[in-house]
Each structure stands twice: as structure tokens, then as C-alpha cells.
Ligand binder design. Structure first.
Ligand code: ADP
Ligand code: MG
Ligand code: MG
Length: 309
């Protein structure tokens, strides 16, 4: 029998982790491709069940409820992710801080609710990743301050797309794109070309600011245009500057490119808080990461590695 290398694209989309998860892959057998997609959706849902602040059986939920009272033992997986988040907090001098949630939970962007200045200031004092005590031996997490909360919304989707690509690879897929909201990872190429990733214009819905080629790498974009409302001239959006408790206001959009989604995700949130100058200094000091920043005046800024292209 002659053997032909045939195949086709398969795509699916599902609402998980508070966003739309999209998978595109090339397969040589439709039922195999469909099964692979289902496995990925299941994995994303599993991560959501572990880390959602809204699901009262999640590990995150029980940490937020109990960790100020006593150390809470958590799964190895959840422990490692918190540990990773803490390392990035140290690396970004606290721009990335999962305890932002101490203020973050006071917002409801859909209902246009933000805390009063007084409540915001009180809770801002609870933002400090150094008050989260991790015990490697017992795999416990303990909050040194009452009222503190954590949220992994700035890192979990990048983690999820990493796992998704690992699963697809293990299923023999060699060309795929997985995105969960602003976090995307590419496996291989799109046919004989790199995948092309469009970066959204932060002020013109449906328009692209720029397109970036991608191959076997992750890209994460953080913007102030997805989850936000404007009140009295202030743009309240979902990225909180830990130093002020207000929405970070230095830039409009940040994209980070790197090998692992868990890192690009956390770094895009971090650089959004840091702004152009400190953000580029950080990324230029980190080998194998690149940044594209759109500032308040809609001007584009590139890290050294992107400038070289
Ligand atoms: P997206 O949610 O579109 O992936 P990001 O990766 O930038 O965008 O993540 C934004 C989320 O990160 C927020 O919804 C919130 O859960 C979390 N977050 C907000 N501010 C911070 C911060 N300073 N440090 C860590 N996480 C944050
Ligand atoms: Mg992020
Ligand atoms: Mg993200």
C-alpha cells in the first residue's frame, strides 16, 4: 500500500477558567485529534477546579479561608505553582504578587464595583508576598496576616497552556496552537511557516497592533482593555499595582515571549505593573525572554532581542 502523509486542521473552543480556551491542531486521524482536544479541555477544567477562587472545593478556596488561622497542607502541584509565583515576586521586586487578591477581590468589573479609597487602603496593607509562608517539607502555606487572600489568575492560564502542549505532544501531535485568553503556546509550525500571533490594538476592538511569528514558544499578553470599566475618568481594570492597590496605569498592553507559558504569563502581568522603563530593564536582563509594550500614548517598545529582528 502507498502511504500518504495526509491530515487536516481541527479546531475547537470552550469556555473554561473564566475565558475562552481555543485549540487548533493538525492531525492525521480525526478521532485521534478530537480525543486529544478533549483531553486538553479536561486538563484545563482540572486546573480550574484546583485554583478557582469561586469554587468552594478548590485548594485555593480553602487556603484563602484557612491559611491565616493555621498552615494549610496543599497538593504538590499547587504548592509548586505558588512557589513559582513567589520566585517571580522576588524577581520583579513585588510587581507580581499573588496577594494582590487582598484588594482584587473587592472589584467586580462586570458590575462596575470598586472599593472605596478607605477600604482599598486598608486592604492594600495586606498585599505582601513575603507574608505568605511556605513550608517545603510539609507542603503547607500559611498567611502571616489576617484578611490576606491570594489568587493565581496572573499565572494559572500560562501554566495551563504549558500542560496542554505537553499533553498534545505526548499524543503524537506536532503542530498545534493553544490559547486561554491572553496566554498562548505554539507547538511546531503552522504548516511550513511559523504561527502568526496577532496582538490586539488596546484601544480599537478587533484591530491588530502587530503580528508576531511564533514557533515552539509561548506568548502572553496583559492588557487594560479586557476586564475593565471607567468611572470618573479612572480606568479600573484587573491588573493591580501592589504598591498602590489601584489598577496599574503605566501602559496599555504588554506581551512577553518565552519558552514556558507559566513564566510569560506571570511576566506579562509583572511588566504591565512595572511600565516601560523598569519592564524592559527586567526583560533585557532575562535571557530567552522578549517583550513588546504598548505605552499610554500607544507607542510600541521592544526588548533588545525583538529590536534585533
Ligand atoms: P489574563 O487574565 O488576560 O491572562 P494577565 O495574565 O495579565 O491577564 O492576568 C491578570 C490577572 O492577574 C488578574 O485578573 C488577576 O487575577 C491577576 N493579577 C492582577 N494583578 C496582579 C499582580 N500585581 N500580581 C499577580 N497577579 C495579579
Ligand atoms: Mg499574565
Ligand atoms: Mg494571563
Amino acid at each position: 500500500f502507498p502511504i500518504f502523509c495526509y491530515g487536516e486542521w481541527l479546531s475547537d473552543e470552550k469556555a473554561i477558567m473564566g475565558t475562552s480556551v481555543k485549540i487548533t491542531l493538525w492531525h492525521h486521524d480525526k478521532s485521534h485529534g478530537e480525543a486529544a482536544i478533549k483531553t486538553v479541555f479536561d486538563e484545563m477544567e482540572r486546573i480550574n477546579q484546583l485554583m478557582s477562587p469561586y469554587i468552594n472545593s478548590s485548594e485555593l478556596y480553602s487556603v484563602n479561608k484557612n491559611a491565616a488561622i493555621q498552615p494549610v497542607k496543599i497538593s504538590n502541584e499547587f504548592y509548586l505553582l505558588i512557589k513559582q509565583a513567589q520566585l517571580i515576586s522576588a524577581q520583579t521586586k513585588g510587581a507580581f504578587d499573588i496577594t494582590f487578591a487582598s484588594v482584587g477581590f473587592l472589584y467586580n468589573y462586570r458590575e462596575r464595583i470598586s472599593p472605596s479609597n478607605q477600604v482599598r487602603d486598608t486592604n492594600q496593607a495586606l498585599i505582601d508576598y513575603r507574608q505568605v509562608e511556605l513550608n517545603d517539607k510539609n507542603q503547607t502555606v500559611h498567611f502571616r496576616q489576617q484578611g490576606m487572600k491570594i489568587d493565581l489568575g496572573g499565572i494559572a492560564k500560562g501554566y495551563a497552556v504549558d500542560n496542554a502542549i505537553t499533553i498534545l505532544q505526548s499524543q503524537g501531535i506536532d503542530s498545534a496552537l493553544v490559547s486561554a485568553g491572553g496566554d498562548t503556546k505554539a507547538l511546531g509550525k503552522h504548516g511550513d511557516r511559523p504561527w502568526l500571533l496577532a496582538i490586539q490594538d488596546p484601544r480599537k476592538k478587533g484591530k491588530h497592533a502587530i503580528q508576531l511569528p511564533m514557533e515552539n514558544e509561548a506568548i502572553s499578553t496583559s492588557g487594560d482593555y479586557e476586564r475593565y470599566f471607567v468611572q470618573d475618568g479612572v480606568r479600573h481594570h484587573h491588573i493591580i499595582d501592589p504598591k498602590t492597590g489601584h489598577s496599574a496605569a503605566k501602559v496599555q498592553s504588554v506581551s512577553i515571549i518565552g519558552q514556558r507559558g507559566v513564566m510569560t504569563d506571570a511576566l506579562s502581568t509583572s511588566v504591565f505593573v512595572l511600565g516601560v522603563k523598569d519592564g524592559l530593564t527586567l526583560i533585557n536582563s532575562m535571557p530567552n525572554f522578549e517583550a513588546l509594550i504598548i505605552d499610554k500614548d500607544r507607542k510600541l517598545h521592544f526588548s533588545n532581542g525583538l529590536l534585533a529582528h
